[in-house]
Design a protein around this ligand. Structure first.
Ligand code: AMP
Length: 429
């Protein structure tokens, strides 16, 4: 299609969709640094990467997250594809990881699988600071272990990650949501409590409370939250097995020096959670204080058609994390080793070969092809924060040597053109 641009015609700019954002080059460095740190830690603790699709069948999420949750009821980007199949942009990654574990029979190789994945999630929430409609998470999922040791170790991994990024204003809040055995008794108690509060509940909760009273506990509406002050807590209704599981999680956390807060109001907004649930909260973020969250989902593999397999995982919210990491810029800032200021066509012809050869080693290099003066070129080298500038003009070509300027010390050395790439690499190392 040819678009005609007529004189005097106003061309409308096309902007981002609300709640979506660009991560510009100047920010990308810190994202890369965080991801690199995470990958390193995950691999050190025995996790392997799994890459999952962004689109899945809608049923996957409604069956796992739960029909009555805010995510499934109100926040999913769901549409039918050209054949009429209902598909959804993933609002979270756990369901996909479970689907993949089952579909590829990863359990047949080894029921214990430790997986991590990094990527975008989509929820049509009300956008505000720290809350976007496309946001990024790093997920860890562990299949096949029901021992409380792994719950504690997983929280430890999270803490290592934050501390390595210099994020210290954090505390893990933990709770236990019980299991299929103790949940019904808790639900009865909660339902009885909620029946006396119906007037204070929002319309959604009035509707949800009979079918899934737990969802009232994580409703974001203020009047609902206020009415829950003395609501029953799962912790007071745990069966013996869940109780001792939780006691052991706490004991191991203490043993490995992780300070935590027991938060009996922590329920998380998804149906699949069982037993240990946790959130990493920070005082540095204002209203959106949770920077990571997770927990056990011991029934989900079975619910989605796989073998009965316990599992636990977490998600770290990258968008919120980027706002609180406190690192010196030089830790993650992009570095330019050499800027080549080639003056005139003959110099550019010679220097293009050097630039290609340097870039093909581990040296980052930028060559400017414009007709700018040396002053202009040096200005651009400054802007790019080049560590060294290689200066070459007709005079240097004639003398078969070029100048290498250290931009920090302002020292200049002369290097022979013969074997220049090696000379540069030696001089800048
Ligand atoms: P969840 O998947 O709801 O358990 O959330 C895990 C983490 O993802 C949260 O602690 C947040 O850091 C992050 N997160 C969840 N929803 C959003 C959102 N809409 N925008 C930005 N970050 C989010």
């Amino acid at each position: 299609m040819i678009v005609e641009i007529r004189k005097g015609l106003d061309i409308q700019m096309i902007n981002l969709i609300r709640g979506f954002k660009d991560i510009l080059p100047e920010e990308a460095g810190i994202w890369q640094h965080i991801e690199k740190t995470a990958r390193m830690i995950f691999e050190d603790f025995g996790f392997s990467e799994i890459r999952l699709p962004i689109l899945e069948r809608t049923d996957l999420f409604s069956r796992s997250i739960g029909e009555d949750t805010d995510i499934v009821e109100k926040e999913m980007y769901t549409f039918s594809d050209r054949k009429g199949d209902l598909i959804t942009l993933r609002p979270e990654a756990t369901a996909s990881a479970v689907r993949s574990y089952i579909q590829h029979k990863l359990y047949a190789v080894d029921p214990i699988q430790k997986l991590y994945t990094i990527g975008p999630m989509f929820r049509r929430e009300r956008p505000q600071k720290g809350r976007y409609r496309q946001f990024y998470q790093m997920n860890a999922e562990i299949f096949g272990i029901d021992s409380p040791y792994i719950d504690a170790q997983l929280i430890y991994v999270l803490m290592v990650f934050f501390l390595r990024l210099n994020v210290t204003d954090i505390s893990p809040h933990i709770n236990s949501l019980g299991c299929l055995e103790c949940r019904p008794k808790f639900k009865d108690a909660l339902l009885a409590f909620l029946s006396g509060k119906t007037d204070q509940l929002c319309t959604d909760c009035k509707r949800r409370k009979d079918k899934n009273p737990l969802r009232v506990l994580d409703c974001k509406v203020l009047s609902c939250q206020e009415s829950l002050d003395d609501a029953p807590a799962t912790l007071d209704h745990l069966c013996d097995k869940c109780q001792s599981h939780f006691e052991k999680v706490k004991y191991i956390l203490e043993k490995i020096n992780v300070e935590f807060v027991v938060d009996k109001r922590l329920v998380r907004g998804l149906d699949y959670y069982t037993r240990t649930t946790f959130e990493i909260q920070t005082g540095s973020l204002g209203a959106q204080s949770a920077v990571a969250g997770g927990g056990r989902y011991d029934n989900l593999v079975k619910i989605l058609g796989g073998p009965d397999t316990p599992a636990i995982g977490f998600a770290i919210g990258l968008d919120r994390l980027v706002e609180i990491v406190d690192l010196k810029k030089d830790v993650y800032e992009k570095r330019l080793n050499v800027f080549i200021a080639a003056l005139g066509e003959r110099s550019r012809e010679a220097a293009i070969e050097w630039a290609c050869a340097l870039g093909n080693t581990d040296v980052s290099v930028e060559i400017d092809f414009s007709e700018r003066s040396l002053k202009g070129l040096m200005k651009r080298a400054d802007r790019l924060k080049a560590e060294f500038v290689l200066i070459v003009g007709d005079k240097e070509l004639e003398e078969k040597s070029v100048l290498l300027r250290n931009m920090k010390t302002k020292e200049q050395v002369s290097l022979p053109i013969e074997g220049i790439v090696e000379h540069i690499r030696k001089s800048i190392s």
